[in-house]
Design a protein around this ligand. Sequence first.
Ligand SMILES: *[C@@H]1O[C@H](CO)[C@@H](O)[C@H](O)[C@H]1NC(C)=O
Ligand SMILES: *[C@@H]1O[C@H](CO)[C@@H](O)[C@H](O)[C@H]1NC(C)=O
Ligand SMILES: *[C@@H]1O[C@H](CO)[C@@H](O)[C@H](O)[C@H]1NC(C)=O
Ligand SMILES: *[C@@H]1O[C@H](CO)[C@@H](O)[C@H](O)[C@H]1NC(C)=O
Length: 191
Amino acid sequence: MQFKTLFAAAAAAATVTAQNTTTGSNSTTPAAFGVLSIRSGSELQYAAWQAANNGIFNLLPEQNASCDDAAGNYNSATFRIVDGELYLYSTENPPQYFYVDRSGMGQGKIGFTTGAEPAPKNAERAGWAVTASSQLQFDGAGFLACPGYESDAYEIWLAGISDHPGYNYNCTGVATRVVAMTAPVSCLYQS
Ligand SMILES: *[C@@H]1O[C@H](CO)[C@@H](O)[C@H](O)[C@H]1NC(C)=O
Ligand SMILES: *[C@@H]1O[C@H](CO)[C@@H](O)[C@H](O)[C@H]1NC(C)=O
Ligand SMILES: *[C@@H]1O[C@H](CO)[C@@H](O)[C@H](O)[C@H]1NC(C)=O
Ligand SMILES: *[C@@H]1O[C@H](CO)[C@@H](O)[C@H](O)[C@H]1NC(C)=O
């Protein structure tokens, strides 16, 4: 259900983008948004980003978030960007927000912390942006999707650091499409 909503919104967002190509560098960032992976001809095409287990995924059977609208059974994540930092959308405490670890240890790991939980030593928080063509980036970099997580899911890593981050092989580059969520639902994601 959520997937269909995102998909319809993606089509609408594409139309809006086409109508206005003069927006500034960050006026394209919706207040709350979902993210779709774009990899034409693969099962990753239009796969919604999910948040669970301290990471971002595609094609998890269940992300197991606890959402305000419990009946909604939301299986994709909603994000927002505040001062260049990427948060999971929530109207309540504790906040959950992302870090990227571009060190030799982290190899492009994208993780999130909950509340006062510290990020790893080499983690960076700020650098997230949505481009004029509605792609999500961190410091200008895109993303890799690495297969094999819980058998059929993919974990999303930052591209440009390793082609086998975290000893995950057969990773594939994905473009993204940011989709505005007009009625975002607050969730606490499983960390
Ligand atoms: C396009 O975006 C600019 C900057 O946000 C805005 O001033 C303008 O009104 C928009 N044009 C249309 C047709 O939406
Ligand atoms: C937009 O960009 C400017 C300059 O980079 C920054 O100061 C401002 O916080 C950004 N606004 C948002 C909503 O991200
Ligand atoms: C979600 O919960 C189910 C049932 O407990 C479990 O099998 C699955 O691994 C969980 N998903 C994640 C991403 O942890
Ligand atoms: C990578 O893909 C090849 C070809 O499909 C396969 O033989 C191999 O087992 C895969 N490696 C991993 C680590 O998944």
